[in-house]
Structures are given as structure tokens and as C-alpha cells.
Write a protein that binds this ligand. Structure first.
Ligand SMILES: Nc1ncnc2c1ncn2[C@@H]1O[C@H](COP(=O)(O)OP(=O)(O)OP(=O)(O)O)[C@@H](O)[C@H]1O
Ligand SMILES: [Mg+2]
Length: 393
């Protein structure tokens, strides 16, 4: 059918035509945002899920909701190399400037800028084009201890937001890439503003290992946030994710084709978009039937193998590949680390550093003590396919 009218949106962070199965999460975020602006206690959230489950899409939806609800927002994608103070500095500066437009917030925004200036100088942050006109305030946010200084800065920022009748929402994607120092400081600062009931909210998104990182950083963090699980869709939502966009274009898909797509994608959001996209383009007319669904499956798998799966596999060293192949050879995960070690004929201890390195690359995580699983859905099947291919050739 006409590719120009293809409604599906496979891709990182691309807004799906139908945001299926996430109403409860969006609603929880909306309530938290509205409570915060009213000065009520509101819980920050960390969305946890495997690759391609729709975390980035949800963070974008939440950011929009925050703006609709009078929050000033700051969206950050944690890269693997820059520090949190560096990333936050221009965002906090920008927020303070917005709060400073409200006359009643003048005094508190000045105090915020003063703390920001001290913070910038102690952590040696320099930003071309950003010039803070107030003097740094000795003794505020300049101890050199990131936990203390970030807390102080957040308190000043929260007070400025409050006196402006606004709130500040910080959104951070790929939380697992924050350093342990930065993540701990962020948690302490959020804890501080929550105790003081200041209108600052945090929405994070990351791979499932973030739950363990959070507990390791500060034990109370488990209670500070809620952790919505972003996973595969339930069957009703997955059907809607495929069917609704097709109906909206005035076309149809047969029930058996739809069920085949649910089965092949295991209802993972990114895969649903890929399959829907291929099925639409391969069909010459509506309704899309089971033969087209089968062709779409082959084409989608070919594309994933060349892109989505391949780029992740390519980041692994030879030794790390041996480890993930050993995992995949054990069937469907999660796996016992001990079984992987047995498979490789090595001890768990000697494999520890290798396992840790693959975790830090975001490829695997530990869902429970002693267990290991892939962060990429259906990665075991991919590894099976490429092993067969190398054996065939
Ligand atoms: N609720 C949903 N219904 C249908 N499709 C969705 C839904 N959520 C996300 N998608 C689709 O899934 C794909 C992946 O979304 P997104 O990039 O947000 O995932 P992610 O969890 O951030 O992945 P990663 O961990 O790789 O960053 C996109 O193509 C998006 O359109
Ligand atoms: Mg993402």
C-alpha cells in the first residue's frame, strides 16, 4: 500500500501512531505533576524497561504534560562521558531565568543564581555565552562535595520555582550511564527537596539494572521513587498498536495476520512498529492477510539483524561475544551466571569482570542475585541466527 501513508514509526524515540497500553503510567505522571504544582507531596518516577519498550517515547509525553501543567522542564540524555554538573548547569540557568520573569520570585531567583555561580566555580564549569550577573555567594553550594552542593542548589531552585508559582521537572533518559557519584548526588538532592516539599520532580528512564544501582547508591531511594515497569504490551494493547493506525488510514488487517504479528514480535513496542511498517509496505491492498504478515516478518527480522541487533553485537569484544553466545545457547533467559560459567568451562569469579563490562555496556543485566539476562528483547534468537549462519558458511 502507499508508503507515503504508512502510519508506523519504527525508530528510537519516534512517537508511535497509537501509544498503546500506557494510560496508567501517563495518568500517574499527570497526578504527580499536578500535585507538585499545588505544593503537595508528589513522587518522582523512574521508568524501567528493556531496549525498545517505549521509555523515551514516554519521557517525551511526560515532558509535554509537565509543560501543559506549568512546569519548567529540563530534558537530558545521560551520555557515557559527560558529568551531571556539566549537563545540569545550563538547564538550571535557563529555569532560573524563566522564574526570574515573575516579580514575586525576584529575590529567590537571585539567591538561586548566586548558588549556581558558586556551584559552577567549585566544579569548574564554564559555559560560553552564559553569563551570570550576580556575585557568587560564599558558603552556598561551594563545599566541593557534590551531594551537599547539588542539594543546596536544588533547594534554591525549588524555592525560586515555588515563589514563581511554578515547578521544575527534570527528565533524564539512559540513567544507567550516569556515574555512581553523580547518581548518588542526584538522589540526595531529590530527597532533600522532597523533604522540604519543594516543587521539583524527577522522571528518569533506563535499563532494568537502574533499580539495583538506585538501591546501591542510597538505600532510602527505593522509597523515594516509584518504578513503573515498561515492558511488552498486553495482547489487547498490542492488537490496538497495530490495528488502530491501519483503521485510522481507512485500511484493514485480517485477524489471523494480526495474531501472527503479535506472536512474532512477542508484543514488544519497537518490534510492533517494525512489523506494522513492513506489512503495510508489502501489502498491495487491504486487508493485510497472513501471507503478507509472514513476508513482513522475514523482512523485519532481516532489517533488525542488520541494524538494531547488529549495532549492539558490534560493541562487544571477542571475549564478551563468547559470553553472550554461551548465554544464548542455554535457551531463553534469564540464565544462572553459574550455568554460563559451566558452559564456558570457567569459574564465576574469573568471569566476573567480563560480565561486569557487558553490564556496563548496557547489553545484559542481573534481574536477581546470581541471574543474568539480555537487555535487548529476542537477542538470544538473534545470536542463534548468526551462529547458524557462521556455521553454514
Ligand atoms: N506504547 C506503544 N505502543 C506502540 N508503539 C510504541 C509504544 N511505545 C513505543 N513504541 C514504539 O517503540 C519504538 C521504541 O520506542 P523508544 O525509543 O521510546 O523505546 P526505548 O525504551 O526508549 O528504547 P531504548 O532503550 O533502546 O532507548 C518506537 O518505534 C516507538 O514508536
Ligand atoms: Mg530510549
Amino acid at each position: 500500500m502507499d508508503p507515503v501513508r504508512n502510519p508506523f514509526a519504527p525508530g528510537a524515540g519516534s512517537q508511535p501512531p497509537e501509544l498503546a497500553g500506557r494510560d496508567a503510567i501517563v495518568e500517574e505522571a499527570r497526578i504527580a505533576l499536578q500535585r507538585a504544582i499545588q505544593g503537595r507531596h508528589a513522587k518522582s518516577q523512574i521508568l524501567l524497561g528493556l531496549r525498545g519498550t517505549g521509555k523515551t517515547v514516554l519521557l517525551n509525553v511526560i515532558e509535554e504534560l509537565a509543560e501543559q501543567n506549568e512546569h519548567v522542564t529540563a530534558y537530558i540524555e545521560a551520555p557515557e562521558c559527560r558529568s551531571l554538573p556539566e549537563l545540569l548547569y545550563p538547564k538550571i540557568h535557563q529555569a532560573l531565568r524563566k522564574f526570574s520573569l515573575v516579580a514575586a520570585a525576584k529575590h529567590n531567583t537571585q539567591r538561586g543564581f548566586a548558588a549556581l555561580k558558586s556551584f559552577a566555580s567549585i566544579f569548574k564549569l564554564s559555559y560560553a555565552g552564559i553569563d551570570i550577573v550576580v556575585d557568587a555567594e560564599p558558603g552556598s553550594a561551594d563545599s566541593g562535595n557534590l551531594e551537599a552542593d547539588l542539594s543546596e542548589l536544588f533547594v534554591r531552585l525549588g524555592q525560586a520555582a515555588q515563589s514563581a508559582g511554578r515547578a521544575w521537572t527534570l527528565l533524564i533518559d539512559e540513567v544507567q550511564y550516569l556515574s555512581a557519584r553523580d547518581y548518588a548526588a542526584l538522589i540526595v538532592a531529590l530527597h532533600r527537596v522532597s523533604q522540604k516539599k519543594l516543587p521539583i520532580l524527577f522522571f528518569g528512564a533506563g535499563l532494568p539494572q537502574v533499580a539495583a544501582l538506585t538501591g546501591d547508591a542510597k538505600s532510602y531511594a527505593e522509597r523515594l521513587f516509584s518504578y513503573p515497569a515498561i515492558g511488552a504490551l498486553d495482547a489487547v494493547s498490542a492488537r490496538a498498536a497495530i490495528q488502530q493506525p491501519i483503521l485510522d488510514e481507512g485500511e484493514e488487517i485480517s485477524p489471523s495476520a494480526l495474531e501472527q504479528i503479535l506472536l512474532d514480535t512477542q508484543r514488544y513496542p519497537y518490534f510492533l512498529q517494525e512489523w506494522g511498517y513492513q506489512a503495510w509496505n508489502l501489502a498491495s491492498r487491504s486487508p493485510i492477510g497472513p501471507k503478507i504478515a509472514a513476508k513482513a516478518s522475514a523482512e523485519a527480522i532481516r532489517r533488525l539483524d542488520e541494524g538494531f541487533f547488529r549495532v549492539r553485537f558490534d560493541r562487544l569484544t571477542r571475549k564478551e561475544r563468547e559470553y553472550v553466545f554461551a548465554m544464548a545457547s542455554l535457551g531463553e533467559g534469564p540464565y544462572r551466571s553459574a550455568d554460563v560459567a559451566t558452559k564456558l568451562g570457567e569459574s564465576i569469579q574469573s568471569l566476573g569482570p567480563r560480565r561486569a563490562e557487558i553490564i556496563s555496556k548496557g547489553m545484559i543485566y542481573s534481574p536477581a542475585h546470581g541471574d543474568i539476562a539480555f537487555t535487548v528483547p529476542l537477542f538470544d534468537k538473534y545470536l542463534g541466527r548468526i551462529r547458524d549462519r557462521t556455521q553454514d558458511s
